[in-house]
Design a binder for this molecule. Structure first.
Ligand SMILES: Cc1ncc(COP(=O)(O)O)c(C=O)c1O
Length: 381
């Protein structure tokens, strides 16, 4: 059986041509295509500094280090997220406090952040890591207000939100512009808005942070301007660079981003239309209006217990019909590496029990989307 995945990249002839021609350049890494891609990203996000790196995970690691987080600093982050942010924080030695999420959107809210601060009696918080689950940037204004009150830094794990915009007062901003956060991170993995194969992006408007990103990305090396044979090591760094070959693909993909977003939106809206009033125990999340999203995920919220059904059984049923739905994500506190087992997250539990992520990607055909909708509706008839 041919399975319908939940996500898939779209690579066309032009992408292949650009990648192929990049292989004939003198430099296939640390060359002109890296600089060009970073320049185009800077323009796209409307931020001062934009750096590419080898993955979204590397971007998060670079972001945490570059804003100065260090061992025993306190960071808050959502209980629902891909594991990358949690892993990077623990590797640095940060004290991580998970924030419960809204039971429908799977995102943290200002109320949940304040609840976490109170429950854990936190006095000084160094950073909050936000994540726009599915690409929907909720609550940015409120997060920014709490940031000002508690004087912490905000890192955006915006790996789902490349192409998303938000409204702040009467203006619209791109996620990645860092107008209401300190640093943003993106993934260029094949399932994201655009891809470089593997890859990541970090954006900021702070010159000192930008300099740190450059250093940590490449062994902490600082080279003398006119003496290429001399260099110093200013920090303990990594090789988190992205090659020119990857950037050739990124440049080509970035040109198509608006088209990609339009197609994702069309798929999203069709699901929305079909499931909005289908069954009172099956909800689609309601997000803030008039915002352009990345439409990274389509999340159905199914009250399985009220329907006398079971999520595992539903996932197996979909798979038996060739549909590879997903769960985004297993709560972080359920993994073996999480030590404080007593922690309680009621919103996260409800979200996790009820949430199913349907296939959504640029090349999902009408026929396949109709099949997915019919098979789901048949299950709940
Ligand atoms: C929300 C989120 N954060 C971080 C990452 C890590 O990105 P990468 O796979 O590029 O390392 C991902 C990728 O799946 C993600 O979805």
């Amino acid at each position: 059986m041919k399975y319908i995945p939940y996500g898939r990249q779209l690579i066309d002839y032009k992408d292949k041509q650009l990648v192929l021609s990049s292989l004939s350049n003198d430099l296939i890494t640390t060359g002109p295509l890296v600089e060009k891609f970073e320049r185009d990203l800077r323009k796209y996000f409307n931020c001062k500094y934009s750096y590419v790196c080898s993955s979204g995970t590397a971007a998060i690691h670079l972001a945490m280090l570059s804003i100065g987080l260090k061992k025993n600093d306190i960071i808050l982050m959502p209980a629902i997220n891909f594991i990358a942010s949690y892993n990077m924080a623990k590797i640095i030695g940060l004290k991580v406090f998970l924030v419960d999420v809204d039971e429908f959107t799977g995102q943290i809210t200002s109320e949940k952040i304040l609840e976490c601060i109170k429950k854990n009696k936190l006095k000084k918080i160094n950073a909050l890591l936000t994540m726009f689950h599915g690409g929907y940037p909720e609550n940015i204004k409120k997060f920014h207000e709490i940031k000002k009150k508690y004087k912490f830094l905000i890192i955006e794990d915006a790996c789902h939100a490349l192409g998303s915009e938000y409204r702040y007062k009467n203006n619209f901003f791109k996620i990645g512009s860092c107008q209401h956060s300190d640093i943003s991170t993106f993934s260029l993995h094949p399932l994201k808005t655009i891809t470089t194969g593997e890859g990541g992006v970090v954006t900021t408007n702070d010159a000192k942070v930008a300099n740190n990103i450059r250093l940590f990305r490449s062994h902490g090396i600082s080279r003398k301007k006119n003496k290429h044979w001399e260099y110093d090591i200013l920090k303990y760094g990594f090789n988190y660079r992205l090659s020119d070959i990857n950037c050739a693909l990124g440049l080509s993909q970035l040109k198509k981003i608006n088209n990609f977003l339009r197609k994702r939106k069309k798929i999203y809206q069709k699901y929305l239309k079909e499931f909005k009033n289908f069954n009172s125990n099956i909800l689609v999340p309601i997000y803030c209006k008039n915002i352009k999203f990345s439409y990274h995920l389509f999340l159905l919220n199914i009250a399985f217990n009220k329907l006398n059904k079971n999520k595992d059984h539903f996932m197996k049923y979909l798979k038996s019909h060739g549909i590879m739905a997903q769960q985004h994500y297993i709560p972080i506190y359920k993994f073996s590496v999480f030590k404080r087992k007593s922690a309680r997250f009621p919103g996260t539990e409800k979200y996790f029990n009820n949430s199913v992520s349907l296939p959504i990607f640029v090349n999902l055909s009408n026929i396949n989307q109709d099949k997915i909708i019919k098979i789901i509706k048949d299950y709940f008839k």
